[in-house]
Design a protein around this ligand. Sequence first.
Ligand code: PRX
Length: 644
Amino acid sequence: MTDDTRIAVKPNVLAGTHVDASKREAMVAAARDEPDVFWKHESRRVAWMREPTRIKNTSFTGDVSIRWYEDGELNASVSCLDRHLAERGDQVAIIWEGDDPNNDAKVTYRELHERVCRLANVLRKLEVKKGDRVTIYLPMVVEAAVAMLACARVGAIHSVVFGGFSAESLASRIQDCESTLLITADEGRRGGRRVPLKTNADEALKSSPTIRNVVVARVTGGEVPMQEGRDHWWDDLCRDVEPSCEPERMNAEDPLFILYTSGSTGKPKGVLHTTGGYMVWASFTHELVFDYRPGEVYWCTADVGWVTGHSYIVYGPLANGATSLMFEGVPSWPDNSRFWQVIDKHQVNIFYTAPTAIRALMRDGEEPVKRTSRKSLRILGSVGEPINPEAWLWYYRVVGDERCAVVDTWWQTETGGLMIAPLPGAVELKPGSATLPLPGVQPALLDNDGNTLTGPAEGNLVITDSWPGQMRTVFRDHQRFIQTYFSTFPGVYVTGDGARRDEDGYYWITGRVDDVINVSGHRMGTAEIESALVAHPKVAEAAVVGMPHDIKGQGIYAYVTLNAGEEPTEALRKELVTWVRKEIGPFAAPDAIQWAPGLPKTRSGKIMRRILRKIAANEVDGLGDTSTLADPTVVGDLIDNRVG
Ligand code: PRX
């Protein structure tokens, strides 16, 4: 595969595409040269209670201040619901497909509006006020979208915690933002199994004193303990309130949500997104990149616990009046044809998933795909990690029958929405490349000294000017925001990713340049896994790095030094894996643990991760200079005892 492999998707598929190559060029120029005019025009995508007159007011230097539409007022739930009622109140807003293939539901915009209003009234009754934080810990059920939109309606800031996180992880996320209310469920369902959400929540609540009320959705009907005065059943509360609810007037820069995400150091950060710019960006990118057309069924397989679920299951599609499919299950259950069966069942036109799922399904061959029709499909999207050209081509050929554009979308929790991605029909595709920046996105590549690289080059991917969906701050820690994103290379937003730009200006994301790893599209800080490991009483020290993994993209490789006198047994290895699952969540379980009597450190005590990454990847010939190590002999021992 070379950079010259280009795929121009056949025009008949894309007839009627509303952005062609020349329109795209014009948009790119307008957004760059006259951002106020361009983004004033695009602001019509959301329903304002007060139209903004001040559009862009941003600075990447000094105290870093990012404000968009700052005198506008709106409510995100009105943009997603109320304003659609007249025209498409009876159109399906959410198709819910259960874990069990016999279980599904359709919710119209009118029904969704009523459910959101009822829960919003409940929140008000429970004294949730504008600016209060509400933590949401739910499985992939319609209630998750209802909960987010109900928070938005009353001006509460939601913090959704992925249902795969452990009680400990949930507790630390509640504590950090001091939520006063938790919305959870009795249990979740995934791949035929049950996830004990309420039990985890109860455990977390032991160390979360700020929570006054817990609203519990009945999902499986499983028996769970309810604490009198604190825990309430969702249905009981919603029955006794009005079906309409006055939305709170929010300033464009009032917070909409917090989403915790991992960085190279410290605890996960509360990424804060505000209302106006985020909504415009979610709507703009969803319509452009997925070429969304009224009446189409759109399916994003992400979990609402991640940013992809926020922007591309809930806010973007609903702002655009789309029919958004929400899937409770997994691609491999009851069998590995499930995705394609769901596509046929609900006549899905646009499908958006992660490379890890594609690679896992690829392993099972073409038959599970080919036994389904998939005729309804028009666009295929990819997100979360680099997609290798082989997986890209399989997606294009086998899943899309060479009819559908594949849009590889690069972005981050911090960016709020898609940043580098092709517009189908307007940009020729190259398997493995996220292609070109969207209008309004100004990427650059810098070398490690901060010099801007021109033409074809590889370096640190930065963004030189603000876009409406950009995160505004780290919740209650603006200094950390500046430090993390604007200090390595002053004056630009540092993404933490590396990228290569080819002779056509196409971007190829090469992966993280920091100590963040991406395992099956789940972003984790190696430091978080290390601190989970050292919290075990037998562990003295731990160093975690990513290693190449055929399906997951990256696997977790942990080097563990035990306390003096502890035996490195197989049983202890298993115990540590279980320990990390419990501390963080099942997705953070190490794939390999190597016992390390010593770690390669510089004389100042810094662990040389470069060496550990090479050993984990079994690239022991290119270890580079090890002479600066305090004890170079540890390297030989680590190589000899490599796992796997
Ligand atoms: O390394 C990039 C990778 O995922 C990181 C962002 O992770 P998160 O904030 O969890 O958001 C995931 C959903 C957007 C990025 O820094 N990443 C995401 N999409 C791609 C990608 N890497 C390569 N290609 C992509 N399309």
